[in-house]
Design a protein around this ligand. Structure first.
Ligand SMILES: Nc1ncnc2c1ncn2[C@@H]1O[C@H](COP(=O)(O)OP(=O)(O)OP(=O)(O)O)[C@@H](O)[C@H]1O
Length: 309
């Protein structure tokens, strides 16, 4: 299937000389949720701004729905909605007027039934006549989403949608995003909250210092880099690891009460059964065992650190 977004060898050097993106290529399929992760200044906003036609790339091309964003910008831009990082709303304007106005900017004729369903789906219909300055921060963010969706785009960009938003509102935003995806909207979000990417994205792209380090389906990424740590609580503390157990990858905790063992979740044989038998063979009584999977946060940190090293 033809991708809805086709980014081909994009580079961007700002006038100041900063190389913000370096030869980035990426295809995004219709209907997917892609999360772009990366530390501050990695180039995420620059990439989104290029696709949305707000920043001109130094090299490379981008097509949205088959339309080149430069030579065919009008058609490309109609397919896109952008929810910016910063909340910028006209304080004295009514919610409904704000959304109507944005729709008009795209050259779309009025469609009140659509705007009603949009505001209802974002739980803003009751607030349609409120001035935007009277709204809570979470509602203001939802108004930004309503504006971005006012012309029925096929692709929605969310640049840090939940930055500075509390946990309840964050979850509310996630459910809005899931609903949009169920309606077939392709969603590209940037986030600093790895939990958010872990919870929502179909695919995850990691950007660092202007380069796309990888893009993978989330499950594959978690499987490939994911390790599990087995923690074995001992009945009696050990002063040192018995010599016969050396070289098995076991790590004794400082208080001597626990043994840690990292293993690959994808390995056919994890060696755990043997390990436990060996412990018993050395006279160690096990009180409890528990496992913990490495989180996306740990995977992300190891990728970025590896690259910086
Ligand atoms: N208009 C600009 N002029 C000059 N340099 C810029 C401009 N916009 C961004 N940069 C630089 O380009 C690099 C990438 O910035 P960008 O905003 O794309 O990163 P980001 O990944 O979105 O960061 P954050 O997570 O902090 O929002 C940074 O070094 C930044 O200072």
């Amino acid at each position: 299937m033809r991708p809805i977004i086709d980014i081909d060898h994009i580079s961007k050097r700002y006038g100041s000389g900063t190389a913000a993106l370096n030869d980035v290529s990426l295809q995004i399929a219709e209907g997917e949720i892609l999360a772009l992760l990366g530390p501050n200044g990695a180039g995420k906003t620059t990439l989104i701004s290029i696709i949305c036609g707000l920043v001109v790339p130094t090299e490379g091309t981008v097509r949205v729905g088959g339309h080149d964003i430069r030579s065919d910008w009008r058609a490309a831009r109609k397919l896109i909605g952008l929810v910016p990082q910063e909340i910028a709303l006209e304080p004295f304007e009514k919610v409904i007027d704000c959304v109507r106005f944005t729709r008009g900017l795209y050259g779309e004729p009025p469609d009140e039934p659509y705007l009603e369903s949009l505001l209802r789906s974002l739980a803003l219909w009751d607030k349609r006549d409120a001035k935007t300055r009277e709204l809570s921060g979470g509602m203001k963010r939802r108004v930004l989403i309503a504006k971005a969706l006012s012309h029925r785009p096929k692709v929605l960009f969310l640049d840090e949608p939940t930055a500075g938003v509390d946990v309840t509102l964050r979850r509310e935003m996630w459910s809005v995003v899931r609903e949009l995806r169920a309606q077939g909207v392709t969603i590209i979000l940037t986030t600093h909250y790895l939990e958010e990417a872990e919870d929502m994205a179909d695919r995850i792209g990691v950007i660092n210092r202007g380069a796309l380090l990888l893009v993978k389906p989330k499950d594959e990424l978690m499987g490939e880099f994911g390790k599990k740590r087995l923690t074995i609580a001992l009945d009696a503390p050990l002063a040192a690891l018995p010599a016969g157990l050396a070289g098995r990858g076991l790590v004794l905790s400082a208080d001597g009460r626990e043994l840690g063992y990292d293993y690959d979740t994808r390995a056919e044989r994890t060696g755990i059964a043997h390990l436990l038998a060996d412990l018993a063979g050395h006279g160690l009584a096990v009180r409890d065992v528990s496992t913990k999977e490495s989180s996306l946060e740990e995977i992300f940190m190891s990728l970025v650190e590896e690259e910086t090293a």
